[in-house]
Design a protein around this ligand. Structure first.
Ligand SMILES: C[S@@+](CC[C@H](N)C(=O)[O-])C[C@H]1O[C@@H](n2cnc3c(N)ncnc32)[C@H](O)[C@@H]1O
Length: 303
């Protein structure tokens, strides 16, 4: 169970979700005609060791029974992560083409865009996360001799608290337009912390700023209860995850920002994937199952 003051490193609690996403990016990138390839993601898996390192191995037999390889959840989650990664890569390219030079990645985790995306060359990229997550990422990539393409600046904070001062101390200039990125974060903070975070982002955004936000609709109560009890059937990965999230009603990002002077565009992840020619497992379609049908990708632009 979560608490307001809990903390983690890269292999525990919420920190391990960054590795889980890196593993999904690795596996998705090895599929035929991938939507996105993130060659750095597997470096993190190898550095974390154990089962994570086995997932990085090109031999799928070693992790045949892993939840990320399962036909229902695994297929859906890999598509989810590939879709959102591609959407957000394209969002950053568009922001750079529009002349934005300041990028803030909230809950950066093992997002290696500052090292991976050519479009970020010449930009300042602020990465916010817990200190031990940022340490793991920097140390892993440095050990592999991988240098950032952007002017990358780490900001070790707790996003449930006040963090704007720490960002400003690293050089962030709120009078300049910013491209914010909020991926894989909101379900791990309370609805109140989410509103506070949106308020901070709104208060620090000059005209022309934009934000891309991934938001999942809360799971139907029955689905959540089922997930939380999955360990009784030996499926601990699902129940561990259910205990990390705040599955509560919360402000809708598109609506929240459009009421405060931003133009909002919401894209359903399932619709985005279909448009990209990807199909989801049949069990996911139209059901309240966890996965792509519940996820929206929202882009907002400050007028
Ligand atoms: C699912 S991972 C997503 C990482 C990255 N955005 C991605 O999509 O690859 C969640 C990340 O949120 C970070 N996180 C969650 N709550 C946080 C908080 N209160 N303060 C700072 N970071 C937080 C975790 O440390 C973790 O790196």
């Amino acid at each position: 169970m979560r608490s307001d003051m809990d903390d983690w490193d890269i292999t525990t609690s919420v920190g391990s979700t960054a590795l889980f996403v890196a593993a999904a990016r690795t596996l998705a990138g090895r599929e035929d005609d991938p939507l996105v390839v993130d060659p750095l993601a597997e470096l993190f898996l190898r550095a974390a060791g154990g089962e994570w390192a086995l997932l990085a191995d090109p031999d799928p037999e070693l992790t045949r029974d892993h939840i990320l390889r399962s036909a229902d959840f695994g297929t859906s989650f890999r598509a989810h992560i590939a879709g959102r990664t591609r959407y957000l890569d394209d969002y950053l390219k568009a922001a750079r083409e529009a002349g934005i030079g300041q990028v803030v990645i909230l809950a950066a985790g093992l997002d290696a865009r500052a090292y991976r995306l050519d479009c970020l060359e010449g930009a300042v990229v602020y990465e916010l996360d817990r200190p031990q997550v940022l340490d793991f990422k920097r140390e892993t990539l440095a050990a592999a001799g991988v240098e950032p393409l952007a002017d990358r600046r780490e900001v070790a904070v707790d996003l449930r608290e006040e963090w704007l001062n720490a960002l400003r101390d690293k050089g962030f200039d709120p009078s300049m337009p910013t491209a914010w990125l909020v991926e894989g974060l909101l379900i791990y903070i309370t609805p109140e912390a989410q509103d506070q975070l949106f308020g901070t982002l709104d208060s620090a955004s000059a005209a022309g700023s934009r934000a891309a936000i991934e938001q999942m609709t809360p799971l139907p109560r029955e689905t959540y209860t089922e997930l939380a009890a999955a360990d009784q059937d030996g499926d601990e990965a699902k129940s561990d995850w259910a205990r990390l999230i705040y599955n509560e009603p919360r402000s809708d990002a598109a609506q929240w920002f459009s009421e405060r002077g931003w133009d909002a565009e919401r894209t359903g992840l399932a619709e985005y994937l279909r448009a990209a020619g990807r199909t989801l497992p049949a069990t996911e379609e139209g059901t309240g199952h966890v996965g792509a049908p519940l996820v929206n990708l929202v882009t907002v632009v400050r007028r």
